[in-house]
Structures are given as C-alpha cells and as structure tokens.
Design a protein around this ligand. Structure first.
Ligand code: ADP
Ligand code: MG
Length: 339
C-alpha cells in the first residue's frame, strides 16, 4: 500500500489556524492593536467601515519593519517576540505565537505599509489569500499601517455567520476599550464610517477610564492599591451604590493584558459582601502585576484566560485589598429596609 499522509500546504494550514484566531472582525482588531502596542507605538488609530466587514485599518507610529520582515511577518510561526520555549514563561509582549498575521492574510485582502525610523523609504505590500500580490518600496511615515479588507471573502460560511453591524461593532468597541484601558500611556482614536467614536489622549489610569466611560464615572471610582511579594494591585472599584443589575464594567488586567477570570471575579464579589443591593453586580478596573514566570498565557489562542501559579493567594489578597478600600471610603452597608 502506498502512503496516504501528506503535509498540508501552508495556505491551507493558515486557513485552518485562522478558524481559531479570527472569529469575527473584532478578533482582527484585537490582534492588530496588540501588535501595535508590542511595536512600542505611542499613538494608535483604528479606522473601521461597516463594523469591520468592509475595512479594518490600524495605523501605528511604532518601530516598523524592514523590507524582509515585512514579507516574513505573514508566515506562520514567524515572530520577533520569542526565540526559545523558555521565553514563554517570561513574556512581556502581547503576542508570541506568530500566527495572527498569517491567519488574517489567509482569509482577507491585506495591505501593509511600514517603515523603520532610520530608513528613508518603507515597504508597501499587498497579500490576498496568503499570496503576495505585490511588494514595493514606498514613501511612508515611520510605523506600520495595516488595512484588512473583505474579511472571510473565501470562507462564505463565516461571512454569512457574522451578526448585524451593530453587534459586530459592539465587539470591536469591546476589544478597543480593553486595549485602551490596558495602556493609558498610549493615545488611541477610533473612527467608524467616518465618525470619531473615541479620542483618547495619553493619560493616567483614572483619566483613561473616564475617557472611555464618560465624565460621570470619575465620582464612582474608589482607588485600590496593594503591594505584596507575589502581586502588585492597582486600580479602582466602583462604589457599591453605583452597582448595576447588568454586568457593567468589569475589567481585570494582568501585566497590561485584559483577561477574564471567574475565580478572581468571585474574589471581588466577596469583597462587596453586604454592600450591594440584591441582584446588583460590582464594577471594577483591576490592574494586577505579577512576575511573568508565575503565569501561563499559552492556554488558548486568544489569551484571555491565563493560569496563575498561586491563584488562592491572589484571591485572598485581592479580596482583602478591595474590602479595605471600600471600607476606607466609608461605604455604608446597605440597610435591610433598602433592599
Ligand atoms: P506575534 O505577534 O505573535 O509575534 P503576529 O503574526 O501578530 O505574531 O506578528 C508577526 C510579527 O510581525 C511580529 O512578531 C512583529 O515582529 C511583526 N509585526 C506585526 N505587527 C507589527 C507592527 N504593527 N509593527 C511592527 N512589527 C509588527
Ligand atoms: Mg501578534
């Protein structure tokens, strides 16, 4: 019998990987924004048309790429962020899998312009369905600009599965807010169909939260702060009287990466014990800093769930620091007749 196993061609492998990495336009937004952050940009513009179905553009003023990297960045497992397996346990960047651009280029029309500061001329490259259509020398500003058009043009099932523009744009705003909140020291703007939706100048944490959620948020914030050997906690809890019935604003950042954690959420809920009216949920913006070798980020392609070495200790520290902060601000318990 002849052998029947074959290695898949790259463009097929890329398209399979894209299924995991790129669920919807918002996934592309997340990957491009994180790449811009990793490129040390101080100014990032996100331009969206038709909830990302027509155009997703990210322009950064980061370090840019030279001509050969500009081509290589679209290969699978091509990354400048790690070299060795042990680097996975000392991550200081958002990316490390080297998968995002290869995936995106497999399922969309991609145009990239990039230039490093010291270079006179930059690179303009066009890729469709993993194939390089053109690569030219071009006059472009320092930094990198990605335009992603016709997402899922070659995967009709995915394209048809997309929700209304309102829903898809909401997902994009969610990703934008998460990155913007994680990096107050970077300025961000977001345009949708020609209208400015957000304009966030460089700021501190509090100013950034207020910039994203509006001036009335300011009075609702109680500062939270704690430093121990295993974690540094900073951020804000929302005063119990402003708690909402709906989920509201609940954000955890670990080493400037937005994460979801049911377990840590529970620690916050426990800290609000006796302070919330029935059915209300606490709001919070909690920034945790932990040594990179005490977390594992490589559990899922989107990296929004991570594993902590010492989850129980974190739980206890978080709970007590929030409880302490709420107590300090003389937050009165909810009296029984108010329930
Ligand atoms: P990863 O972020 O996991 O390394 P990506 O596919 O997202 O993988 O990007 C591949 C590489 O392309 C990055 O490691 C980086 O070197 C380069 N790159 C991507 N986006 C940018 C950007 N905006 N500015 C400079 N370099 C970039
Ligand atoms: Mg990346």
């Amino acid at each position: 019998m002849s052998s029947i196993i074959q290695l898949l061609p790259d463009h097929v492998a890329n398209q399979i990987a894209a299924g995991e990495v790129v669920q919807r336009p918002a996934s592309v937004v997340k990957e491009l924004l994180e790449n811009a952050v990793d490129a040390s940009a101080t100014d990032i513009k996100l331009i969206i048309k038709d909830a990302g179905k027509t155009l997703i553009q990210v322009i950064d003023n980061g370090v840019g790429m030279n001509a050969s990297d500009a081509r290589l960045c679209f290969e699978r497992h091509a990354t400048s962020k790690i070299r060795h397996a042990e680097d996975l346990f000392a991550l200081c960047t958002k990316g490390f899998r080297g998968e995002a651009l290869a995936s995106i280029a497999a399922i969309a029309h991609v145009e990239m312009k990039t230039k490093q500061e010291q270079e006179e001329l930059g690179t303009h490259i066009v890729i469709e369905g993993s194939k390089v259509v053109s690569q030219d020398v071009a006059v472009v500003p320092k930094g990198t600009s990605f335009s992603i058009k016709n997402l899922f043009y070659n995967i009709p099932a995915r394209r048809n599965f997309l929700k209304s523009d309102t829903v898809e744009f909401r997902h994009i705003v969610d990703e934008f807010e998460r990155v913007a909140l994680a990096h107050p020291n970077i300025s961000f703007v977001l345009y949708h169909n020609g209208s400015e939706m957000f304009n966030l100048p460089m700021a501190n944490q509090r100013q950034r939260i207020v910039g994203v959620f509006g001036a009335r948020t300011n009075e609702k914030l109680v500062p939270v702060q704690e430093t121990t050997e295993i974690v540094k906690i900073q951020g804000f809890a929302i005063k119990p009287e402003f708690a909402k019935k709906s989920r509201g604003e609940q954000f955890f950042f670990v080493n400037n990466r937005f994460i979801k954690s049911g377990y840590l959420h529970h620690a916050v809920v426990a800290a609000y014990e006796g302070l919330l009216k029935d059915g209300c949920q606490p709001g919070y913006f909690i920034y945790l800093e932990v040594p990179p070798n005490t977390i594992d980020i490589n559990i899922h392609p989107t990296k929004t769930e991570i594993k902590f070495d010492d989850e129980h200790a974190l739980y206890a520290i978080l709970r007590s620091s929030i409880k302490h902060s709420l107590g300090q601000f003389n937050v009165a318990p909810v009296l029984d007749f108010e329930r």
